[in-house]
Design a binder for this molecule. Structure first.
Ligand SMILES: *[C@@H]1O[C@H](CO)[C@@H](O)[C@H](O)[C@H]1NC(C)=O
Ligand SMILES: *[C@@H]1O[C@H](CO)[C@@H](O)[C@H](O)[C@H]1NC(C)=O
Ligand SMILES: *[C@@H]1O[C@H](CO)[C@@H](O)[C@H](O)[C@H]1NC(C)=O
Length: 246
């Protein structure tokens, strides 16, 4: 009888502790809102739309919480998109649009002065094989350029330059050599539209996968609750035994 009471008390204490542990943590001050940063910039509506269409906005925002290296985004202005040759964007498949967006993001935070001395080429989220889909940075004094092999343009205005996220204005869309390098512009990449995948939207390469960042999902859910329950039971049993012995 006494042991049952002890068990119940233990369980009650344990469940209370669990409830507290699982209550949503107060949102950490300064949760990053990339849309808000870009909206404040006032000239990034096309980029925001593309980030949303390709689902990279949510990817970046959620990855920012777990990617310890941070991110840098090179943000082309609306003018930059308007100055593209007509059809340049519409000629891309959905997969290629995703790659184009990933190409504007590096899986690491760089300050402007980091970029002046970084070793080229710099990996982007689009990089699969070492040395492909990379960005080159060249500096002369305080003037910094980013070059893709197709475009070469200054990096000047920082919309945000604070770990873990840097957002830099670029006045040209960074066209990857891999998509726009050839004269006839028919990308010979593997992502040519395959007959069956046109409707069933293919898996969108996520920031996590592309960057090789550790997957944030699962771990907490699988590990957390389960092992806590285990610990609780063990503690409960231990207390039970102590109660029975005394
Ligand atoms: C981020 O900012 C945008 C624009 O200011 C707003 O519409 C959106 O609700 C914000 N998202 C979050 C998660 O706060
Ligand atoms: C980028 O820099 C690397 C190393 O200097 C060089 O090998 C490569 O050709 C450059 N790529 C472009 C597109 O300029
Ligand atoms: C940066 O690019 C511009 C062309 O967009 C070029 O005129 C300038 O010389 C480049 N500067 C550097 C440091 O490479």
């Amino acid at each position: 009888m006494a042991s049952t009471v002890i068990l119940l008390i233990t369980l009650t204490i344990f469940l209370k502790a669990q409830a507290q542990a699982q209550a949503p943590a107060p949102s950490p001050s300064g949760t990053l809102n990339l849309t808000a940063i870009l909206e404040k910039g006032g000239q990034y509506t096309t980029l925001i739309r593309l980030l949303q269409e390709t689902q990279q906005l949510t990817q970046i925002e959620s990855q920012l919480k777990s990617n310890s290296q941070g991110f840098s985004l090179f943000a082309p202005t609306d003018n930059a998109f308007m100055n593209l040759k007509s059809g340049a964007l519409n000629g891309l498949t959905d997969d290629q649009k995703v790659k184009l967006i990933l190409f504007h993001v590096t899986p690491k935070y760089y300050s402007l002065s980091d970029l002046l001395t970084v070793s080229n080429p710099v990996r982007t989220q689009a990089t699969e094989k070492e040395g492909t889909w990379g960005l080159n940075f060249t500096g002369k004094g305080q003037q910094l350029n980013v070059s893709t092999g197709v475009v070469d343009t200054p990096v000047n205005n920082a919309l945000r330059e604070k770990f873990p996220l840097a957002v830099y204005q670029v006045d040209k869309v960074l066209l990857p050599l891999e998509l726009f390098g050839e004269k006839d512009k028919t990308p010979s990449s593997s992502s040519a539209p395959s007959p069956k995948s046109s409707k069933t939207s293919p898996e969108i390469p996520s920031i996590a996968n592309a960057g090789g960042a550790p997957s944030p999902s699962g771990d907490e859910k699988n590990g957390g609750v389960g092992s806590n329950v285990g610990v609780g039971v063990v503690v409960g049993l231990a207390l039970l035994c102590m109660g029975a012995l005394s």
